[in-house]
Design a protein around this ligand. Structure first.
Ligand SMILES: NC(=O)C1=CN([C@@H]2O[C@H](COP(=O)(O)OP(=O)(O)OC[C@H]3O[C@@H](n4cnc5c(N)ncnc54)[C@H](O)[C@@H]3O)[C@@H](O)[C@H]2O)[C@@H](O)CC1
Ligand SMILES: [K+]
Length: 459
């Protein structure tokens, strides 16, 4: 599991550790990890030109000590001090190692180390920092802890900021490493363990081993009914494709049986594509999805009345309030969530985390906000971010497959938060597997799920 802690949580853990360690030890751990990560990126130190952008706090201190490490290995290291004060010990260490400090001449650098601000950054970057970033545009950047200029605890971005190739963070991940748009500015994120003892994280991201432990697997004495039956109410005579794709997602094999209870006109098409699908009957979870035409309200009503968990997607989201307080997963994209909350789409896209949490609270249900890094929020504010996927997944019908997949996990017994986060992880990973860097369509994603599940480590 990747866990992202808040700045106050990190500060508290840091204070606890600082009290038990010799002075400067924590920063040495951080700076050493940072120095080696820069070395990794450069391939070698000797003769390489490294520019440190140094702010006034400990983030700059980390950059200076890492610069000293690189200078001792033969790199030409220059520090551009962006504030009237800088970490004194770090400045002395860099000087002692042969690094240069002061006015930086226009020169070509192999890498820029962004030590402007980390978890102590407040508000927009100051003009001097912005000018420095413009002067080094195009040079690969390693960000220290967080890309300067992004909001660490929300993942929001308001104004100029560093766009890093690599971000080296310390002790734990921060929200900005997972949540867009800030996550897009991080590049590859490398975590250096500095020994912090941390509480439960409010934001996390499942990894393959976590999914392997959560994904339902049949027991020796299971039969199709004990593995769970998922029912699909999506599609119509006018929109049979939505029925086919929702069923494709539900019929990936993670539940024991799939029932289709949509428009009878679509049932023949569904059966032709998925002969294993049966007609209406008892289920352990419903998927009420897209293309139900005018039948969406009735479909949500009947599914809620059944008392089993449900997925509410697409057209049905207009009636999501009917599922309030039920075990439900609502699966809007940004535009749909904007309508559910009566705000502009741009506001949702600027503040993913806030809006996903707000909707989960307001609808008293798990909300899965679809995006590059999908955000799954529980009413109590706990969040999982999906980091699997490929840009090729932005294709028609992919959401229908996701809804069906989550429904099958609900039917198999996963709680709504687990079903949504595991389903989203599998959906993204299956897309990557199917795509192999090339184009895909939604049915390819569903078709790749069984092979993907087979590659998961056995827990
Ligand atoms: N907390 C921890 O556990 C550890 C923290 N370390 C480093 O320490 C950093 C935090 O250090 P600090 O608390 O000194 O804070 P930072 O260095 O992140 O930033 C605070 C400084 O930047 C200035 N500043 C704030 N907002 C600014 C803006 N928008 N534009 C320009 N300057 C701005 C402030 O005047 C202040 O001096 C972490 O990000 C990490 O890099 C590591 O050394 C080791 C462990
Ligand atoms: K930084």
């Amino acid at each position: 599991m990747i866990r992202a802690h808040t700045t106050p949580q990190v500060r508290a853990a840091e204070a606890d550790l600082l009290a038990r360690l010799p002075e400067g030890a924590l920063m040495q751990r951080a700076a050493t990890g940072l120095g080696y990560a820069v070395l990794d990126l450069l391939g070698a130190a000797y003769g390489r030109r490294v520019l440190l952008l140094v702010g006034s706090g400990d983030n700059g201190g980390d950059a200076l000590y890492a610069g000293a490490l690189l200078a001792r290995r033969g790199a030409q290291v220059e520090a551009w001090l962006l504030s009237s004060s800088a970490h004194e010990g770090g400045v002395a260490a860099l000087r002692a190692a042969g690094g240069r400090i002061g006015a930086v001449r226009p020169a070509e650098f192999d890498v820029v180390v962004d030590g402007i601000v980390g978890i102590g950054g407040r508000g927009r970057l100051r003009p001097g920092a912005v000018a420095a970033l413009e002067a080094v545009a195009g040079v690969p950047v390693v960000a220290v802890d967080t890309p300067s200029g992004v909001d660490v605890d929300t993942g929001e971005v308001d104004g100029p900021h560093v766009t890093a190739d690599v971000t080296v963070t310390f002790g734990t991940h921060k929200t900005c490493h997972l949540v867009d748009p800030a996550a897009q500015a991080c590049g590859a994120v490398h975590l250096v363990d500095i020994g912090l003892d941390l509480p439960e994280a409010p934001v996390e991201a499942l990894q393959a081993a976590d999914v392997a432990a959560l994904v339902p697997r049949p027991h020796l004495d299971d039969h199709k009914y004990t593995r769970g039956v998922v029912g699909v109410r999506a599609g119509s005579a006018a929109y049979p494709g939505a029925a086919l794709l929702s069923v494709a997602g539900a019929a990936c094999g993670l539940a024991g049986m799939v029932r289709y209870d949509g428009d009878p006109a679509a049932l023949d098409l569904v059966r032709a594509a998925h002969p294993e699908v049966v007609g209406p009957g008892r289920v352990q979870a419903w998927v009420v999805g897209s293309g139900s035409d005018t039948g969406a309200e009735d479909a949500v009503h009947r599914s809620v009345a059944d008392g089993v968990p449900l997925v509410v997607d697409a057209d049905a989201l207009a009636f999501a309030a009917l599922a309030r307080g039920r075990p439900a997963v609502l699966t809007p994209h940004a535009g749909e969530l904007a309508r559910m909350l009566d705000v502009d789409r741009a506001e949702v896209e600027a503040r993913w985390l806030e809006h996903a949490r707000l909707a989960a609270r307001r609808y008293d249900a798990v909300v899965l906000l679809k995006g590059r890094h999908t955000v799954v929020a529980r009413p109590d504010g706990r969040v999982r971010v999906t980091t699997t996927g490929t840009p090729w997944l932005a294709t028609a019908g992919a959401g229908d497959v996701l809804g069906g997949l989550i429904g099958s996990l609900l039917a198999a017994g996963l709680d709504p938060f687990a079903a949504a986060s595991v389903g989203s992880w599998l959906h993204g990973a299956a897309a990557t597997l199917a795509s192999r860097h090339g184009p895909i369509v939604a049915s390819d994603v569903a078709a790749a799920v069984p092979a993907l599940v087979a590659t998961l480590p056995t827990p």
